[in-house]
Write a protein that binds this ligand. Structure first.
Ligand SMILES: [Zn+2]
Length: 115
């Protein structure tokens, strides 16, 4: 049994870089922020979202201001943690499904003996 389906659809917004122009890399890369980027934030993006215990990431770096930098770091860390937890969560869910299946089989067996 596989509990792996399609990844939930991400909210993706496409930007037409040609008409809007590229954002000045000296600025914080949060689009609504006009502050200068004072720190470089590494964002690790998992290559795949499946049950494997190990995974590779694509790392991108973005500039951020002092206000948005810590939030970006926290959110980027949460993505990697969620990906790392995925294997354990799938194992737990699959174990629960297996137990439920065994219990249903035992109930059916007892019902058949009584019937
Ligand atoms: Zn900012």
């Amino acid at each position: 049994m596989s509990l792996l389906g399609e990844a939930p659809s991400a909210r993706v917004r496409e930007h037409d870089a040609g008409s809007a122009g590229l954002r000045d890399v000296r600025l914080c890369q949060v689009p609504t922020c006009r502050a200068f980027a004072r720190r470089r934030i590494e964002i690790e993006l998992p290559a795949v979202w499946e049950g494997s215990a190990t995974f590779t990431v694509l790392t991108v770096e973005v500039g951020a201001c002092d206000e948005h930098g810590p939030d970006l770091e926290r959110r980027a860390g949460a993505v990697v943690e969620a990906r790392a937890d995925l294997c354990n969560l799938l194992t737990i869910v699959e174990g629960a499904v297996r137990i439920e299946t065994d219990l249903r089989a035992q109930i059916d067996l007892l019902a058949a003996r009584r019937g």
